[in-house]
Design a binder for this molecule. Structure first.
Ligand code: B12
Ligand code: SF4
Length: 553
């Protein structure tokens, strides 16, 4: 049988311009059915030609789609097309797991896979391909589908939950050979994803990880791969191509002893001389175990994702972060000393925070001088207790999941309406990245001893981060208003052919004058370089209906 694996959602979602991560979920489930022919189509990196995609569907029997929440509309579109062409459609991932009722209602989808995909997918493909000894559809745990009853009415069936596999070593190594590897990069660096564990033992009420990876029956919430398996997988990755291996576990340092074992083994193996590593970790863990930073440096772990979130203790406590300002400052400082770039996460508009408090968060992020920061408006993902709570309180402003991409606000709080939240996101990016200090800081790092590793990817970083970054903001409704304004001005006075006729010297002079003009105006406007795009904002408001117009300033 021929299976087409589809990662939907080209440029529907926030970070796609600057981060194109390989779809590990699809590579993992494809490895479970090696006997079937596999093709990967990732909308994030493909040319996105409708005819090409149609032809590809025509050549396959099954279309297997993965979807997070913001990708779901496009996932339905792909499924509709495949269904029209007579193919069997399967979907899995975060959104189908967290909102199974809603997803199963879509008749363009034949099977919905909830939770862990590997075993379920194998059994489902055996059933569809009528493999010897296959289970019947009613017996396959973890799937949902529609069925007609005796009166012809459609019923939604959710089969029993699939228990989580306790031993992650039992899963085969993901099929990374399916990737067109030239297309994937994280802000210019070639980054391959790899899991060393799944799930999280904690249960913060706004987070969907716990909802995704839970097995209440067997009390399993967190599982790990053995150190041996981790090393095998590291060695299976093409280190001549990838700059980094990103351990994309939600928290690579949950079990500190295990983390140390992995890092020590990497150091002993000397694989760290050929490839860099990155991970997601926590402020409190680094603060309490400063020795981890040294080990990370020795293992060539050069980037860490840290949830900073807020400068306000009341918010940190409500989020259950178990951190404080001192811990945050210290852990970021330690990373800097060890040449570990920090990608910090900041939340804009956590309930209880006013506009002024958000501005203090932005200033705090700047004072930490982190290499990269993502500012995300407070977002409630369907399927979490936080979402249900916000829904009950009437705080959700849009049910169009396209906007759940961590750029657009999808809710309001008692303190901040959603338009102001949106503007604050623009302000945060503007203040953080749009200043000479930031660029100068990155250049300084490139010549420093600690961050010497950055030199090898600096040009690719600049290209993707600077150009892609502006595209990303523009797509998400945040625009360079002053630059656009200047462009308009120049277009009004100078036609293209006149520009062409100008001598190089004159063009250079004109460029200098404009740059000067731009800097003066930026200063005059207090470095507020980005603005919310009024056309996108208008569309967004129209989609929310007239009621929401009334409730906002
Ligand atoms: C790596 C990562 C990324 C990467 C690449 C992701 C990709 N696939 O392209 C990047 C950085 C690009 C990214 C981007 C985004 N991400 Co992200 N990301 C992750 C992260 C850290 C790991 C995902 C992963 O690979 N897991 C490993 C695989 C094996 O697990 P899995 O995806 O769950 O797949 C299993 C099952 O779900 C199931 N399954 C999945 N798909 C399918 C399909 C079929 C057919 C079947 C049968 C089964 C199946 O089987 C798999 C194996 O068991 C997770 C957090 C986490 N630790 O999981 C967040 C996470 C998935 N991301 C999230 C979000 C919100 C985003 C962004 C919106 C962020 C942004 N501001 O832009 C974007 C959206 C991108 C888009 N195009 O829409 C949220 C999703 C929330 C939600 N409800 O959807 C998460 C959970 C983070 C969080 N805690 O909030 N992300
Ligand atoms: S926020 Fe972090 S600690 Fe809390 S449940 Fe989610 S992954 Fe675990």
């Amino acid at each position: 049988m021929k299976i087409l694996y589809v990662n939907p959602g080209k440029i529907e979602s926030g970070l796609d311009f600057v981060i194109k991560g390989p779809p590990l979920a699809l590579l993992s489930i494809a490895a479970m059915v090696p006997e079937h022919n596999a093709t990967l189509y990732d909308f994030k990196v493909e040319s996105n030609d409708d005819n090409e995609f149609r032809n590809l569907i025509a050549e396959h029997d099954v279309v297997a789609i993965s979807s997070m929440t913001p990708q779901i509309n496009h996932a339905y579109k792909v499924a509709r097309l495949a269904k029209k062409m007579g193919k069997t459609t399967i979907i899995g991932g975060y959104h189908p797991t967290l909102a199974p009722d809603e997803v199963t209602k879509h008749e363009e989808l034949d099977y919905i896979v909830r939770g862990e995909g590997e075993h379920t997918f194998k059994e489902l493909i055996d059933f569809i391909s009528k493999a010897p000894g296959h289970l019947e559809k009613e017996e396959i745990k973890g799937i949902s589908y529609q069925e007609k009853d005796e009166h012809g009415n459609t019923k939604i069936i959710h089969n029993e939950d699939r228990p989580l596999e306790p031993d992650l070593d039992k899963f085969p190594i993901p099929r990374r050979d399916l990737l067109n590897k030239t297309e994937y990069s994280y802000m210019g660096a070639r980054v391959m994803l790899m899991e060393t564990s799944r799930g999280c033992p904690h249960s913060c009420n706004f987070c969907c990880i716990h909802q995704m990876w839970k097995d209440d029956k067997n009390k399993i919430y967190y599982r790990t791969k053995s150190v041996k398996r981790v090393m095998q997988e590291i060695y299976s990755i093409d280190r001549d191509w990838w700059d980094f291996i990103f351990f994309n576990d939600d928290n690579f340092t949950i079990n500190v002893n295990r983390t140390k074992k992995i890092l020590n083994t990497i150091i002993k193996s000397r694989i760290n001389h050929h490839i860099k590593f990155s991970c997601q970790t926590r402020v409190d863990t680094l603060y309490k175990h400063p020795e981890l930073c040294q080990l990370m440096e020795d293992a060539n772990m050069r980037m860490a994702f840290l949830g900073i979130e807020s400068v306000h203790q009341q918010s940190l406590d409500k989020m259950n972060k178990k951190t404080n300002i001192k811990m945050i400052e210290k852990s970021v400082e330690m990373c800097k000393e060890h040449g570990i770039a920090v990608f910090g996460g900041m939340i804009i508009g956590f309930p209880g925070e006013t506009v002024e408090m958000v501005r203090e968060n932005i200033d705090f992020a700047r004072s930490l001088d982190m290499e990269f920061v993502q500012f995300t408006p407070i977002t409630a993902f369907p399927g979490t207790p936080f979402f249900e709570d916000m829904k009950k309180q009437g705080k959700i402003c849009t049910y169009n999941y396209k906007y759940y991409n961590l750029f657009f606000p999808m809710m309001k709080t008692d303190e901040i309406n959603f338009v102001d939240l949106y503007k604050l996101v623009a302000e945060a990016y503007s203040k953080y990245y749009n200043n000479a200090d930031y660029l100068g800081g990155m250049m300084k790092r490139a010549v420093s001893k600690e961050f010497g590793w950055f030199r090898s990817i600096m040009f690719r970083w600049f290209k993707q981060f600077a150009i892609g970054g502006l595209g990303m903001l523009h797509q998400n409704g945040i625009t360079r208003d002053i630059a656009d304004d200047l462009k308009e001005k120049s277009e009004g006075t100078l036609t293209k052919w006149r520009m062409k006729l100008m001598s190089k010297r004159k063009r250079y002079k004109l460029f200098k004058r404009r740059l000067h003009d731009l800097i003066i105006r930026m200063r005059a406007q207090g470095k507020q370089f980005f603005q919310v795009r009024s056309d996108i904002l208008r569309n967004y408001l129209i989609q929310q209906g007239i009621e929401n117009f009334v409730s906002i300033k």
